[in-house]
Design a protein around this ligand. Structure first.
Ligand code: CP
Length: 354
């Protein structure tokens, strides 16, 4: 079977972790996103994605990812088709070798083969099932798509990574600090939530901040450790960029001196396979709601969150509705970052600043 490994050398054929293409690619994407944001009418006139089709498979709900990709494709001259397997398209099987005598009518192998005939890029959102932490961190569904696609593949959030959110967050941090992110104090804090959430956003936010050379403090209650290989990657990035990484178990301790506080809920890896226990563990840490008093401990700190966010559970209204909140800037940057990514992957004749 022909796969996307056959794409021309040098072309970005995947965006699954956000590290494809290396540091120069990230810098180019941020610069391009900022240029598109400043010059949208020029890009809309040039239509660098004219005739291009993106097909997106959403196994989970989305507001920002789906809409920002649809808007990006449309404004740049292309088109996006969004599929919701099980609700308008066939429910999909991902495992190899299964006997498909249940509810799932279509295997990803045939689905991606067909979609590759119609599309220039395929996106997929496949959250964690919250059943087996170690196994799910391998992100088998998105890799199954990449293995069988004949076109580039973009993760729209998997169990382990949310690279497009990280791209928008990296752009937002770049804007907040005028590009001078090196050594700036960044806090990623766990927050309480009534349900078990995945670790993709905290993983990608942690890696983004470390990659930008920030002094990163990760705060969470004991038992909420992130995936060890991701922690090791963040430590390596901090070492190579001149930043730092430390872990504390107190929101108060973490927020002292912070310039950015990114709050996010995630489920304990100890509770994958037992959501009742996971929700109960979360509820035992209800004091981990980010409030105005935490923001006041920082240095004119900005509040970040990927959205959607549960008001007065993850974060108080007083923070979310304050000028310190940059959540709408992050959400808006999803579209600019993804425009840059799509042009990088698919575009011809994209606008360049002279
Ligand atoms: N941040 C984010 O991915 O939002 P959606 O889940 O609404 O796409």
């Amino acid at each position: 079977m022909q796969t996307n490994k056959g794409k021309p050398e040098g072309a970005l054929t995947q965006y699954i972790t956000g590290f494809e293409g290396g540091e120069s690619t990230l810098k180019r994407l941020i610069a391009s996103a900022i240029d598109i944001k400043a010059n949208l009418p020029l890009y809309m006139a040039e239509r660098p994605l004219a005739g291009k089709v993106m097909t997106s498979i959403f196994l989970n709900p989305s507001l920002r990812t789906r809409t920002s990709f649809e808007a990006a494709m449309h404004k740049l001259g292309g088109h996006m088709v969004a599929l919701s397997p099980g609700a308008g398209s066939w429910d999909m099987e991902f495992e190899k070798g299964v006997i498909m005598d249940g509810a799932k009518a279509e295997h990803i192998i045939e689905a991606v083969g067909a979609l590759s005939s119609y599309s220039d890029v395929i996106g997929m959102r496949a959250f964690s099932q919250m059943e087996d932490f170690a196994a799910e961190m391998a992100d088998r569904p998105i890799h199954a798509v990449a293995d069988h696609a004949r076109v580039p593949v973009i993760s729209l959030e998997s169990a382990c990574h949310h690279p497009c959110q990280a791209l928008a967050d990296s752009m937002t941090l770049h804007e907040l600090f005028g590009g001078q992110t090196q050594g700036q104090p960044f806090v990623l804090s766990w927050a309480w939530h009534p349900r078990m959430c995945g670790v993709a956003v905290p993983h990608s936010a942690l890696l983004a901040a470390a990659r930008m050379g920030m002094d990163v403090t990760l705060a969470h209650p004991e038992g909420y450790e992130l995936h060890a290989p991701v922690m090791a990657q963040a430590a390596d990035l901090a070492a190579s960029t001149g930043g730092s990484l430390k872990v504390v178990h107190s929101m108060d301790e973490a927020c002292k001196g912070a310039k950015v506080i990114y709050a996010k809920a995630w489920g304990s890896p100890l509770d994958y396979g037992d959501k009742v226990a996971g929700c109960a563990r979360n509820a035992s840490h209800k004091q981990w709601t980010l409030g105005a008093r935490h923001m006041a401990m920082g240095q004119d700190a900005r509040f970040m969150h990927c959205l959607p966010v549960r008001r007065n559970v993850v974060v108080e209204d007083a923070v979310l509705d304050s000028p310190a909140s940059v959540v709408q800037q992050q959400a808006a940057n999803r579209m600019w970052g993804q425009m840059a990514l799509l042009i990088e992957m698919l575009g011809q004749g994209a606008h360049q600043e002279s």
